[in-house]
Design a binder for this molecule. Sequence first.
Ligand code: ADE
Length: 243
Amino acid sequence: MLTFHVITLFPELISNYVETSIIGRGIKAGKLCVRTYNPRDFTTDSYRKVDDTPYGGGVGMVLKPEPFFAAYESIPRNADSPVLLMSPQGERFAHSSASKLSDSLEITILCGHYEGFDERIRTLATHEFSIGDYVLTGGELASLVIIDAVGRLVPGVVGKHLSVQTESFSDGLLEGPSYTKPVEFRGMQVPEVVRGGNHKAIAAWRRQEALRRTFERRPDLLETAELSDEDRRYIRFLSEQTS
Ligand code: ADE
């Protein structure tokens, strides 16, 4: 069982998504647990103030450290477990990070909001992650991306674990095309090879299609993917075709 502790000013955003998705199935199956902690519940003033104006001036408001720290300290967590801060300044979140995190028993996620957060909140985190080079209005969407990408790697959350192991990125390549019935649709045919029962030929075709997709769309991935001599021969063939 993997538990996510999420510190957020918008707990409904997190709970609504996780309850109505495959992740929700994982929760019902007892494989995942998602808990939220709202810094506003840890304020001590009558306005329940979670942000304030920045020192030194400037536009916008900054999240105050006290309610954030109080929310964090209320979490019944193992002191060695990872604490992720969502921010556009973080390391780019990738499949490799999701894969490492999916071995954890507990993950705490801190969602920033508004224009920024007090720098001292950063000291709570063991990792800082960005989901891409753009600025979101808050860390909630980013933390849902992490919960979804990590949660689905936990065995028993996605129906067949095998499908997680053969999909895009798990072997460093993009996945090739998939087909289902009918054999012909609006003049478009399902390739002959996948219609037959030759499993070895199908596996070879799938590998080649994955290599072709990756070569065409994300050639950078070929530099780090694990490739056999035969894979390399096929990539050479592809590059000769395009040159
Ligand atoms: N918070 C705001 N923008 C973000 C981004 N790109 N990634 C992660 N957290 C964020």
